[in-house]
Design a protein around this ligand. Structure first.
Ligand SMILES: Cc1cc2nc3c(=O)[nH]c(=O)nc-3n(C[C@H](O)[C@H](O)[C@H](O)COP(=O)(O)OP(=O)(O)OC[C@H]3O[C@@H](n4cnc5c(N)ncnc54)[C@H](O)[C@@H]3O)c2cc1C
Length: 69
C-alpha cells in the first residue's frame, strides 16, 4: 500500500490531522507507540459542544472513531 501521508502519533493532534487529510482525499496511515496524553485527563469540562463532563480516555476514543468513520 502506498500512502500520501504518514502521521506519527495518535493523540488529538495526530487524529485531527488525519481527519483533515482524509477530507482532502489523502490516503493516510497513523503510526503510534500508544494513545496520546489525553487518556491521563480524568475529567474534561467546559469544552465547546460538550454538555456534560467526559474523561480523556472517552474523548480520545470518540476522536479515533470519528477518524475511522
Ligand atoms: C494529566 C493530564 C491532564 C490533562 N487534562 C487536560 C484537560 O482536562 N483538558 C485538555 O484540553 N487537555 C488536557 N491535557 C492536555 C492534553 O492531554 C494534551 O494537550 C494533548 O494530549 C496534546 O495532544 P497531542 O496530540 O499534541 O500530543 P499527545 O497527546 O502527547 O500525543 C502524542 C502521540 O505521539 C506518539 N508518539 C510520541 N513519540 C512517538 C514515537 N517516537 N513513535 C511513535 N509515536 C510516538 C504518542 O504515543 C502519542 O500517541 C492533559 C494532559 C495531562 C498529562
Amino acid at each position: 500500500m502506498i500512502y500520501d501521508l504518514i502521521i506519527i502519533g495518535s493523540g488529538p493532534a495526530g487524529i485531527s490531522a488525519s481527519l483533515y487529510a482524509k477530507r482532502a482525499n489523502l490516503n493516510v496511515l497513523i503510526i503510534s507507540k500508544e494513545e496520546g496524553n489525553l487518556k491521563k485527563a480524568e475529567k474534561i469540562e467546559n469544552y465547546y459542544g460538550l454538555e456534560d463532563s467526559i474523561n480523556g480516555k472517552e474523548l480520545q476514543k470518540i476522536g479515533e472513531k470519528q477518524a475511522k468513520n
